[in-house]
Design a protein around this ligand. Structure first.
Ligand SMILES: Cc1ncc(C[n+]2csc(CCOP(=O)(O)OP(=O)(O)O)c2C)c(N)n1
Ligand SMILES: [Mg+2]
Length: 319
């Protein structure tokens, strides 16, 4: 079904919210407000396009790169900043910040620290929904750095053998830290691997949120109706260094970054909304101002919030 004007405006709002969130989150980490942060700026169309239209009970497992997925799934930026600051009001009571951030009631199952290790867990989520007799789908987000780990092959293979309801969504930003994809990855592309598992594979433009959404919708429909997994390779680019820890960029050039910035996913949709007269410059400014205020209030909330009492560390543990 083609996207309505309402959908386009919502995709724009979510991407802009993620953009403003990411700008502030990166800056605050640089100032030492909380731990190292792996910014997601430039990659906003991925979480926005994938998560738009998901059922609340569909599951998403995230990577270390940015917090666009929780935002797109409806976790408030207040809660997310509280998480970054490790404060009590966060979804995990300040226990697990950044890439472990989870809010299962909104379908955010969190992520893991070891690159790629999230993939078999996402497969487990898909298996769990199958065993429970539900027709929910799991989206497994991972970076290009994950595809040469055993976890990728073990996870994708099992999901294919069992035809599990999962979409493998690779955010290919062409680098794992400072290592270019071409230096580590055989076979010409990531999507080429779909063939060896006998599943559909799509390589898409990660600056086109509408294209991301439409491709993922097809994969979700397949997964939901029992036809099994799809592998999507989404070409994207991070606008910030690997993290706020001062990582050196050995291979990326200023020219390359400028080329990708010129293809900004947020601006691309903004131009379309203006050109097709779905929004005016003034309306866009109003949306942006509201979002900036929301982000500023979230930071103030998180900074003023208390830490959880020490005893809370013993909650929700098995032994
Ligand atoms: C198994 C493992 N090796 C190394 C690291 C250190 N590390 C953290 S993020 C990262 C790069 C991951 O690259 P990619 O999967 O492409 O995601 P991106 O950072 O580009 O979004 C590395 C090497 C890790 N966390 N886990
Ligand atoms: Mg990468």
């Amino acid at each position: 079904m083609p996207l309505s004007v309402k959908d386009l405006k919502e995709l724009y709002r979510i991407m802009l919210l993620i953009r403003r969130f990411e700008e502030t989150a990166f800056e605050k980490a640089l100032q030492g407000a909380y731990a190292n942060y792996h910014g997601g700026m430039g990659q906003e169309a991925n979480p926005a396009g994938v998560c738009h239209g998901l059922r609340r009970t569909d599951m998403t497992m995230i990577t270390h790169r940015g917090l666009g997925v929780p935002i797109a799934r409806g976790v408030s930026v207040k809660d997310i900043f509280a998480g970054l600051y490790a404060k009590e009001p966060s979804p995990t009571r300040g226990r697990i910040p950044v890439y472990h951030m989870a809010e299962p009631s909104l379908g955010v199952l969190g992520g893991t620290s070891m690159v790629g290790s999230v993939i078999p867990l996402a497969v487990g989520s898909a298996l769990a929904t199958r065993l429970a007799g539900r027709d929910d789908v799991t989206i497994s987000f991972f970076g290009d750095g994950a595809v040469n780990r055993g976890d990728f092959h073990e996870g994708v293979n099992l999901a294919c053998v069992r035809k599990l309801p999962i979409v493998f969504f690779c955010e290919n930003n062409f680098y794992a830290k400072s290592t270019p994809l071409a230096a580590t990855t055989a076979g010409g592309s990531i999507v080429a691997r779909a063939k060896s598992y006998g599943i559909p594979g799509e390589r898409i433009d990660g600056n086109d949120v509408v294209g991301v959404h439409e491709t993922v919708q097809i994969a979700i429909a397949r997964a939901r109706t029992g036809e099994g997994p799809t592998l999507i390779e989404c070409e994207t680019y991070r606008w910030t260094p690997h993290s706020t820890a001062g990582d050196r960029e050995f291979a990326r050039t200023e020219e390359e970054l400028a080329q990708w910035k010129a293809k900004c996913p947020v601006m691309r949709l903004e131009k379309r909304l203006l050109k097709e007269r779905h929004m005016t410059e003034e309306e866009i400014r109003t949306v942006d101002e509201g979002i900036k205020q929301e982000v500023a209030e979230a930071v103030a909330f998180a900074e003023a919030a208390p830490y959880a009492p020490a005893d809370a560390a013993y909650e929700n543990i098995y032994a």
